[in-house]
Design a protein around this ligand. Structure first.
Ligand SMILES: NC(=O)C1=CN([C@@H]2O[C@H](COP(=O)(O)OP(=O)(O)OC[C@H]3O[C@@H](n4cnc5c(N)ncnc54)[C@H](OP(=O)(O)O)[C@@H]3O)[C@@H](O)[C@H]2O)C=CC1
Ligand SMILES: O=C(O)C1=N[C@H](C(=O)O)C[C@H](O)C1
Length: 239
């Protein structure tokens, strides 16, 4: 497969290395400082799929540019989901292909699945409070992480005493606290904690490297071409 990489930072470079190991070709790189190419330089004749990991402020424009070029796009950038409905509408308008995940790691997507199951079971019993904690490297721009937001939304769907979230300690029992920590070069850790007066129950995912994110993005890029619409990891993994 010929892959256009949009963003050649920590994720773009990890994906490039793994893509080559899997027999793919890097058709081009679009990056603010590593390349002078633009998305307009790439057509479906040059690239089969684009993989976008850039910045919360640039992801939406990059996604729309790919859709207008007719390029299927796998987007991993977080912090831009206030534009997601517009991206969906454009995908349908142009008959394009968009894949989005706040986290491409297969392990994290299992974590999302178990998180929703645990929330629904814990909601049946009184006496537990629940909170989410995420730990990332100090270069991370958005807060809370996209993964923590997906986790929080999963809890809110199944744990009716929580009706909203706050990126700080909860100020009322209806608020789900999502606590963000920035430490050194931490790749990404997410923890859901249920506590009662008598015990604590935790679900934790800790990424040891970026390889899991890169592998998931490549699995999505291998799966997406030929499918029209908006997709996510539940479609790919059949979760
Ligand atoms: N969904 C998932 O599984 C994962 C998502 N992420 C998300 O992916 C994004 C990127 O993460 P990461 O690779 O660690 O970040 P980096 O900062 O290491 O890399 C981002 C790269 O994109 C470049 N860039 C910025 N704006 C543009 C633009 N408009 N067009 C092209 N290139 C641009 C940056 O250049 P410059 O430095 O000059 O700004 C940089 O080289 C973040 O939003 C992060 O949260 C990260 C890991 C996993
Ligand atoms: O910026 C990162 O590094 C990561 N971002 C994603 C997020 O915001 O959830 C995924 C992963 O945790 C790493």
């Amino acid at each position: 497969m010929k892959i256009l990489l949009i963003g050649y930072g920590k994720m773009g470079r990890t994906i490039a290395a793994l893509a080559q190991q899997r027999g793919h070709e890097i058709a081009g790189i679009v990056d603010s400082h590593a390349s002078e190419a633009t998305i307009a330089d790439f057509t479906p004749a040059i690239a089969d799929v684009a993989i976008e990991f850039t910045h919360p402020d640039s992801a939406f424009a990059n996604v729309t540019a790919c859709l207008r070029q007719g390029l299927p796009v796998v987007c991993g950038s977080t912090g831009w989901l206030h534009h997601f409905e517009e991206a969906k509408a454009l995908t349908n308008e142009v008959g394009g292909s968009l894949f989005y995940a706040s986290n491409y790691s297969v392990g994290v997507n299992l974590f999302f699945h178990f998180n929703e199951y645990i929330a629904s079971k814990m909601a049946q019993f009184g006496g537990y409070d629940v909170a989410v904690r995420e730990i990332h490297h100090t270069q991370k721009i958005d807060q809370p992480s996209g993964t923590a937001l997906t986790t929080g939304e999963g809890i809110l769907r199944h744990f009716p005493t929580k009706t909203t979230w706050r990126n700080a300690a909860a100020e009322s029992s209806a608020e789900l606290a999502i606590i963000s920590e920035r430490k050194g070069d931490a790749v990404g850790t997410h923890i859901v904690t249920y506590s009662s007066d008598v015990d604590t129950l935790e679900l934790k995912h800790e990424a040891h490297s970026r390889t899991g994110f890169a592998l998931g993005a490549l699995l999505a890029a291998e799966w997406l071409p030929g499918r029209q619409g908006v997709f996510g990891m539940k479609d790919l993994l059949d979760l």
